[in-house]
Design a protein around this ligand. Structure first.
Ligand SMILES: [Zn+2]
Ligand SMILES: [Zn+2]
Ligand SMILES: [Zn+2]
Length: 704
């Protein structure tokens, strides 16, 4: 720990031009490719009286936070579900951890934590000038010629770099370590990608903040590493450092959900592939006489593409996968990521993908990868097949993601003529047809609820709250065999465990007319099905029976009504749960307040007791100075020890008497340092009298 080192922040600030935010040397640099504002499903959350909106916090299931997107500041253009100033705007609000700059022994300036920083806390944004590859190369050469000692480049995304050498912020002083306490991570803030430093573990007050340069930072030549960690690889820097240490970038590990053994296997294979490649190159050189060349990015990409495995996604890797998909610009990695979703069968995982901005992200991918210069047919076909598999319930997300327009364009004559590819044309046509039957689900404002609906909702039998902590499971008790699920637009639907039947309706007849829901009908061809088949959704489109347009219309109307009722029921229950939790919170606070008051009372009593005893002690000491002398003469008749014991008793009695007087007169009266003559005589008299009584007592005893 470096608590004792002086702060040299002022001195350090003079070595560069401080920036409050990134400077873009070209307008389009640092683009996240995200034009539409993505809003999360969170609600404003004020659990305490601090006035801080805790929505979208570290432990929330905020889809923005989970996919490394900051919620934008609330504005009329994009009103936030999560309210004003939620907890997921850390870069926008410059919520930096308390740090300063120190002079390290061998590494120049370093960044120091001024307080303990918890794991995953945002530490600082890596701010600088955003430059492209050309400028990066030119600047590297220029800095070398100028004799600039320290380079502060960091890769932002493919062919784009943050240069904090001339202009930047304190984050530039964050040094490398082979065993770092922090890491860098990219976040989407509006239309731009931004880089932040985050705590990897708890960073103690006085600790130097470090991250691993070999992952993302680009220096000039390899330099000696002074981190002093046992696993130190000895050097850092160099343009191909990721390659030279054979480590996989963290971004790829996260995106593909790779384990340590996956990485080891990859490195092993990669080394042999590179050897093969180099021997091939050597043969070519001996023929053409050209010079030995470094591996190009294209070759590296191909190696990654060929050697890295594609795994199914799981419940807890959905958000990482979707977050990577938003940020990823490499064709091979996008293909791998989409394939991960494609090979995943679990419907509940797909519902989570949909919830994690699924339609928005796919809409963006279809747009980007259908451009003539970046055509990626595999990605397009896979996405269309996934969309085909997704349950089709409402139009909401399809409409807000604008995915329909781009898919329609695949069926028309375009630049790339995707419609001439048979798969693409058929799939696109099918989706447009499927979606054309869907309708928007509206949320009816609470005040528009009818009396009947209100009565229904307030039926105490329907309002038992099972678990007020989990919004998704809150609701009336379900009949056995049924479980609650959450749909793409975060609404509750019900699934029968055995028959896999899905429906919007609550599976009991809460108004009497839906009694048949309890008994899913078995159908020879289609298996278990609800009588009202349009209440179901199914992964298999062929299952949906053909109906007349008007019948379908009525059914849809019914679905929407039922769905809206469910939404209201859920809202009502959520309100009840909130009221309940607020009441509980109030009770809890009251109790805490009472406890504090009681504790204070106890402390006050205790302290007054100790005051008393300290005064009493002082008197005891004072009396003890005189009493033994006054009764010393009795030692000739009694033993020394016995007289001593009686002296103690006399002192105790005198002190107690004095305390009584003391308390009656004034509690603030001080204990005198000594007694005057008159007082001493009184004490002598009392002591002698006491001892005479004692002697009389002994005399009586002896006489007997
Ligand atoms: Zn949120
Ligand atoms: Zn938010
Ligand atoms: Zn090291």
């Amino acid at each position: 720990l470096f608590n004792e080192l002086p702060s040299v922040t002022d001195q350090a600030l003079k070595t560069f031009t401080p920036l409050a935010e990134n400077v873009y040397t070209l307008k389009n640099l640092g683009d996240s490719g995200q034009e539409e504002f993505m809003s999360c499903d969170c609600k404003p959350y004020y659990p305490d009286s601090t006035g801080i909106n805790h929505a979208c916090g570290e432990d929330s299931d905020c889809i923005n936070r989970l996919t490394s997107i900051e919620c934008l500041m609330d504005s009329p253009d994009h009103p936030n579900n999560c309210g004003k100033a939620c907890s997921n705007q850390r870069m926008q609000r410059c919520q930096y951890a308390p740090v300063d700059v120190i002079q390290t022994a061998q590494k120049g300036f370093g960044l120091r934590a001024l307080q303990d920083i918890q794991a995953n806390t945002f530490v600082y944004e890596y701010i600088g000038e955003i430059i492209n590859q050309d400028r990066f190369v030119k600047r590297t050469q220029a800095y070398q010629q100028q004799g600039v000692k320290h380079f502060y480049f960091m890769m932002l995304q493919k062919n784009e770099f943050i240069d904090a050498t001339q202009k930047g912020c304190l984050a530039r002083f964050c040094n490398h370590s082979c065993n770092p306490n922090s890491y860098v991570d990219k976040w989407i803030v509006g239309s731009k990608l931004r880089m932040g430093i985050f705590a990897k573990r708890t960073v103690l007050k006085g600790e130097e903040i470090t991250f691993d340069y070999n992952v993302d930072r680009y220096g000039a030549d390899a330099q000696k590493c002074y981190c002093g960690e046992p696993n130190c690889i000895g050097y850092l820097g160099g343009k191909t450092q990721t390659d030279s240490v054979n480590k996989l970038p963290q971004m790829i590990i996260d995106a593909l959900g790779l384990t340590e053994s996956d990485e080891k296997l990859f490195i092993k294979k990669k080394i042999s592939v590179i050897k093969e490649y180099q021997s091939l190159q050597a043969t070519q050189q001996s023929i053409s006489g050209s010079q030995q060349q470094q591996l190009s990015q294209e070759t590296l990409d191909k190696i990654y593409d060929d050697l890295l495995p594609i795994k199914e996604i799981h419940e807890d890797t959905v958000s990482r996968t979707m977050g990577s998909l938003i940020q990823c610009k490499d064709a091979w990695l996008v293909r791998k990521l989409v394939k991960r979703i494609f090979i995943t069968d679990d419907t509940s995982i797909h519902l989570k993908v949909i919830r994690m901005h699924g339609y928005e992200i796919f809409s963006k991918l279809l747009r980007n990868w259908s451009q003539p210069e970046s055509l990626n047919k595999d990605v397009i076909v896979m996405i269309l097949r996934i969309l085909k598999k997704w349950p089709k319930m409402t139009r909401n997300k399809i409409s807000s993601s604008k995915i329909e327009d781009i898919i329609k364009s695949f069926t028309e004559d375009g630049d790339v003529e995707l419609h001439t590819i048979k798969d693409v044309y058929t799939l696109a046509q099918g989706l447009i047809e499927d979606w054309s039957n869907l309708q928007m689900a509206y949320r009816i404002p609470r005040r528009e609820r009818t009396l009947a609906q209100s009565l229904l909702l307030e039926d105490p039998n329907n309002n038992s709250i099972e678990d007020s902590e989990n919004r998704n499971t809150a609701g009336p008790k379900l009949p056995s065999g049924w479980k609650r699920m959450t749909s793409e637009d975060n609404r509750v639907y019900y699934c029968h465990i055995e028959t896999n039947q899905n429906q919007w309706d609550f599976p009991t007849a809460f108004s009497g007319k839906k009694a048949n829901n309890k008994n899913p009908r078995y159908d020879e061809k289609n298996g278990y099905k609800n009588k009202n088949s349009s209440d179901n959704f199914s992964n298999n489109n062929e299952d949906i029976s053909i109906k007349t347009a008007s019948q379908q219309q009525t059914d849809l109307q019914k679905i929407i009504e039922e769905a809206n009722l469910q939404v209201q029921l859920k809202a009502q229950l959520a309100t009840l749960a909130l009221e309940k939790s607020q009441k509980e919170e109030q009770e809890r606070r009251k109790k805490i307040k009472l406890d504090i008051l009681r504790q204070k009372e106890r402390e006050r009593t205790l302290s007054s007791v100790s005051n008393l005893s300290s005064t009493e002690q002082a008197y005891t000491k004072l009396f003890a100075r005189y009493v033994p002398n006054f009764i010393k003469k009795y030692e000739s008749q009694l033993s020394h020890d016995l007289v001593k014991r009686h002296a103690k008793d006399i002192v105790k009695v005198l002190a107690a008497k004095e305390m009584k007087l003391h308390n009656v007169k004034s509690s603030s009266k001080k204990v005198p340092k000594s007694f005057d003559e008159k007082k001493l005589l009184k004490i002598k008299h009392f002591s002698r009298e006491y001892m005479e009584k004692v002697m009389k007592h002994y005399g009586n005893k002896q006489a007997k």
